[in-house]
Design a protein around this ligand. Structure first.
Ligand SMILES: Nc1ncnc2c1ncn2[C@@H]1O[C@H](COP(=O)(O)OP(=O)(O)OP(=O)(O)O)[C@@H](O)[C@H]1O
Length: 287
């Protein structure tokens, strides 16, 4: 076990009360409706919000009263926040530098991390010359370059267009497979949850309502929210690279550039069932 939180955070009329353990080397997706306490949980682990009562330990060390800068945490928000005057390498090197690593070692580490996230070619660019997707990869590299014990992702892919999101999600999945720390990821996106997370935690109104692997939650969702979220259609397919994927149900058109064996996820509410061709007025929504 790496991160153990058993406590309460009071914020005005809202209170979060959870007892959760997160293992190192694993990715946990935190899901729940707006205002259910997901960001509050991440802020409590990062030290940006203090526990009103209870305990927070990481690898056995007491973090409850530790200042944010003394916690080994990498935090990536929805909007990439980079220093505008520094290029990508120096932005990423800033993390290890601020933890006392020598300049040349920090730059080497930064280049390694940019490479791992597939953006070594952007090393010399300043943020104003980066797209949002590229900037978010730099922000991820900066968070990872400090080798944090805990990586906190708060809707980190939310600001990306669907195609970029697919690319960054793939890069992130490959990187997290080699990350030894604990990753806790807040998302509203079922595809992020099902493809990146080893385990899902559902919070509703400040309380844990379900925890399990994606397969366990899909098989027996305990709330309407969980059922809606995980009720994805997942189809095995074979992508030909021209935007078409052959599946057992026929050809599906996608915007993804993947070629070869793949999985397609289709949200149930994206499927319409028609008694006669779509120009007819009567349609039955599929669920
Ligand atoms: N500083 C604060 N003072 C008082 N209440 C707060 C504060 N920050 C958040 N809250 C309240 O705490 C509750 C939980 O907020 P939180 O941001 O953790 O929810 P969330 O699950 O991350 O929501 P979302 O999905 O919309 O991002 C909300 O009701 C919010 O209004």
């Amino acid at each position: 076990m790496s991160v153990f939180i058993d406590g309460r955070v009071e914020q005005g009329s809202f209170d979060l009360e959870v007892a959760l353990a997160f293992e190192s080397g694993r990715v946990t997706g935190i899901l729940g409706p707006n205002g259910s306490g997901k960001t509050t949980l991440l802020r409590a682990i990062a030290g940006l919000t203090f526990l009103t009562s209870g305990s927070l330990t990481v690898d056995g060390a007491d973090w409850k009263s530790l200042a944010p800068q003394d916690r080994s945490v990498g935090l990536v928000l929805a909007d990439p926040v980079l220093f505008p005057h520094l290029n990508a390498t120096d932005n990423v090197a800033f993390g290890p530098r601020s933890r006392g690593v020598a300049a040349s070692t920090a730059r080497e580490r930064a280049l390694e991390e940019l490479d791992a996230l597939g953006i070594a070619d952007l090393a010399g660019r300043k943020p104003k010359a980066l797209s949002t997707g590229q900037a978010q990869r730099v922000a991820l590299a900066r968070a990872l370059a400090t080798d944090p014990k805990v990586l906190l992702l708060d809707e980190s892919l939310a600001g990306l267009d669907p195609q970029t999101r697919t690319t960054v999600r793939g890069v992130l999945a490959s990187r997290l497979a080699h990350f030894d720390g604990t990753t806790i990821m807040v998302t509203h996106d079922p595809v992020d949850a099902l493809t990146l997370a080893d385990e899902l935690v559902f919070l509703e109104d400040g309380r844990l309502t379900q925890r399990g692997t994606p397969a366990q939650v899909s098989a027996a969702p305990r709330s309407t929210y969980a059922a809606t979220l995980v009720g994805l259609n997942l189809l095995p397919g074979n992508a030909t690279g021209d935007g078409l994927v052959a599946t057992g149900l026929g050809e599906v058109r996608t915007t993804s550039e993947v070629v070869g064996g793949c999985w397609i996820s289709i949200r149930p509410n994206a499927v319409s069932l028609w008694h006669s061709p779509p120009l007819a007025r009567r349609a039955t929504r599929g669920r």
